[in-house]
Ligand binder design. Structure first.
Ligand code: AMP
Ligand code: MG
Length: 697
């Protein structure tokens, strides 16, 4: 297990000497050793910082303390760059390469010229851009070049909202210069003190170097920043505190990443945990009064109850990173953009022959074939000269000199030439790079449940893992002295528990993790103990029974006693009061005991609320109007849900509205929803039908 005694966090700078007085955008270093925080130190330039870090390392090594140094710039470049620059994909080779070439004096350095030299050597404009000097530099444009030989961002940057590309060397927020001017310093420290660099090497040396990005916990930093404290100072101070507060176990979990070439940002995907470590005193995810309805409301209309839930709840589950094979059905915890275009390069959509330019008229032409062919995954490496053609197979990258493909059925060939007839549009039978999705294009918003098709899109666009919400653990508890487990012998007055199997089934259908909390008797102390235990096992608890205000309604009594209970007298049928509350911070939905009311309230109120708690956001079940197959007079002042099914294009309802009639729930294939006003429904009148599928059943 990795364990460090001291933590030094560094806010770096790529610019020139900033003068003696502490300023923003210079270098700041904050140290926590053995749990004790030193006041952050201002460094006017990199030489001062390098000396300070060297002294710190010596001091910590002499004291026998293991030191973790975090620095806020990328330790690697996007995939492919290291190999192009040095011939090896070892990112530490890039460190050495830069150290040998970067010259750094407090008032001047050669970073723009080194970047321009790299661009020229790699034969293009870019990857580096953003010449920040007065003079023009051959090979380094001032603006972002059109074409790019390397991805704009590393995998971790495309996941970290707001992270800049390391290719950009100047402009507000840019990080490119810091990398060029920082890696040589880290290289020297690494050599001199035999430090291990994460995630490229195991952190088994007395000194470890890690990449940090305080913006991961920007909101926490803003909240903890002292009045008029310089932001960079606050960032390193709070990051050092956060890392020092993490248990070795949790730090180990954050360090457990696989990014051998590009490197990684420590804590990415663990932001909530990092923020909590920075300030253990975080507000609970839900506020104590989240279920408090405005005073004076007697019977709350369904719309108001739903709006209240929507506005006062938030996610209660953490975030973890999962490979695509484990992502199906999970809820995305971040917005996701394409890491790569689809298709990544222009390719042929058919088997045939590729050439340049298309054919304008109906004339027939003969084109000599070049030797070789292009197939999917086996590109043709040479150049196809103008006036020549080449054999291409579906999916093959278009060779240089090819922009048009003729179907093999439309040519005759003798093996050395092809003969074909126009017209054929330039670009025919080819797929453009990015015609499906461009690199960087937004794919999904946080909150989406990953479908099989999403896995295809994620994989095709270069993702191998995504940040997802931890599964919501949905506990289900039944209450009542009359209730029996299936298989028990029934005495007088006893009934078998119907709600718990039903609610556990809903949990499973909805993609949550069902947690069976059993049956609690109508005894206040027993119920209290059961709720205490349940709050450890579940992220949210659905109970049924005991929710009214009668003598044996212990659920509502206990929640009220906990001070965080609300009786929701909702103007809905079926469904007597709902008891909503927090038990030890865990939301409890006290559903009515009658199975029909329990299910309707679960579908109408719990389902959308659970979506928010699970990180999916608020979703409304979609219904549609159907002519009624029944007659009914409905009273005003409450909304009603009838067990219903669709037959011959009409909505039929169950023969009884009795809320103990479980058989009607099985009979039904959806609900008919009747609005709050009075209504006399006659056969053929439109009524709103919501199929169970809309409730994700
Ligand atoms: P309560 O809300 O506890 O007063 O219960 C209302 C009605 O629902 C009573 O007839 C209970 O017996 C019944 N009931 C409560 N819980 C269940 C359950 N888990 N399964 C079946 N019926 C129940
Ligand atoms: Mg009861």
């Amino acid at each position: 297990m990795v364990s460090f005694d001291s933590f030094a966090m560094v806010d770096w700078s790529g610019g020139k000497d900033r003068g003696a007085a502490p300023k923003a955008d210079a270098i700041w270093i904050a140290v926590v050793r053995g749990g004790q925080a030193d006041a952050p130190v201002y460094c006017r330039n990199r030489q001062v910082a390098e000396d300070l870090l060297a002294a710190l390392i010596e001091e910590e090594r002499a004291a026998g303390r293991r030191l973790l140094i975090g620095v806020d710039f990328p330790f690697g470049y996007p995939a492919g760059f290291a190999a192009a620059l040095t011939g090896s994909d070892d990112p530490l080779g890039v460190w050495d390469w830069l150290e040998a070439r970067i010259e750094d004096a407090p008032e001047a350095n050669n970073r723009f010229d080194v970047a321009a030299g790299i661009n020229r050597a790699l034969g293009g404009e870019g990857p580096f851009w953003g010449n920040g000097l007065q003079r023009d530099i051959d090979g380094l444009s001032r603006t972002k070049p059109e074409t790019a030989a390397f991805p704009e961002k590393r995998e971790c940057e495309s996941r970290a909202k707001g992270a800049f590309s390391c290719w950009q060397l100047s402009g507000a927020g840019s990080v490119g210069s810091q990398v060029l001017m920082g890696l040589p310093v880290l290289t020297r420290l690494r050599r001199r003190f035999d430090a291990a660099v994460w995630p490229f090497e195991p952190l088994d040396k007395p000194v470890g170097l890690v990449e940090i990005w305080p913006s991961l916990i920007a909101r926490t930093i803003e909240a903890l920043r002292e009045e008029s404290e310089i932001k960079d100072r606050a960032q390193v101070r709070i990051m050092a505190r956060a890392l020092a507060n993490l248990s070795p176990d949790r730090l180990g979990a954050m360090l457990d990443v696989d990014a051998p070439e590009e490197g990684w940002i420590l804590g990415l995907g663990h932001e909530e945990e990092l923020a909590r470590a920075a300030d253990p005193l975080q507000p609970p995810p839900l506020s104590n009064d989240c279920f408090a309805l405005p005073p004076g409301v007697d019977w709350t209309p369904v719309e108001d109850a739903l709006a209240h839930l929507r506005n006062n709840l938030g996610p209660v589950v953490g975030v973890e990173r999962r490979g695509l094979s484990e992502a199906l059905g999970r809820v995305l915890a971040e917005d996701i953009a394409a890491r790569r275009a689809n298709p990544p390069q222009p390719n042929t959509a058919v088997d045939g022959y590729g050439f340049a330019g298309g054919l304008q008229d109906t004339a027939s032409v003969t084109l000599p074939l070049v030797e070789g062919r292009a197939a999917a995954g086996v590109p043709f490496k040479g150049q196809v000269p103008a006036g020549h053609a080449i054999r291409v197979l579906t999916g093959a990258a278009l060779p240089d000199g090819v922009d048009t493909v003729v179907l093999e059925e439309d040519v005759t060939t003798d093996g050395a030439r092809i003969a074909l007839r126009g017209p054929l549009k330039q670009g025919a039978n080819t797929r453009e790079a990015g015609e499906d999705v461009k690199a960087g294009e937004a794919l999904f918003d946080a909150g989406r449940r990953v479908t099989p098709a999403d896995l295809a899109l994620l994989s095709a666009t270069g993702h191998d893992a995504v940040a997802v919400r931890k599964p919501l653990r949905l506990g289900v508890l039944s209450t009542g002295d009359e209730l029996l487990e299936p298989g028990q012998t029934a005495g007088p007055g006893q009934i078998y528990d119907a709600n718990r199997p039903m609610l556990l089934g809903l949990a499973a259908r909805w993609g949550y993790q069902p947690v069976d909390l059993g049956i609690a008797p109508d005894d206040r102390e027993a119920l209290r103990a059961r709720l205490d235990a349940s709050a450890e096992q579940a992220d949210v608890i659905l109970t049924s029974g005991g929710a009214s205000a009668g003598d044996e309604d212990h659920m509502s009594a206990l929640l009220r006693e906990a001070g965080a209970m609300q009786m929701w007298r909702i103007a809905v049928k079926p469904g007597r009061p709902l008891a909503l509350g927090l038990w030890r911070g865990v939301p409890v939905f006290g559903l009515p005991g009658n199975p029909v009311a329990a299910m309707v309230c679960a579908l109408v109120f719990a389902l959308p609320a659970l979506g928010v708690l699970a990180g999916e956001g608020w979703q409304e079940p979609q219904g549609f109007d159907l002519p009624a197959a029944f007659e009914k007079r409905k009273k005003p002042g409450r909304r009603e849900y009838l067990r219903a099914r669709m037959r011959d294009g009409r909505a039929d309802v169950f023969k009884s509205e009795g809320s103990g009639r479980i058989s009607g729930l099985s009979w039904a294939e959806g609900l008919v929803e009747l609005g709050d006003g009075a209504r006399h429904i006659r056969p053929g009148d439109p009524v709103r039908f919501i199929p169970f599928g809309s409730f994700r059943l």
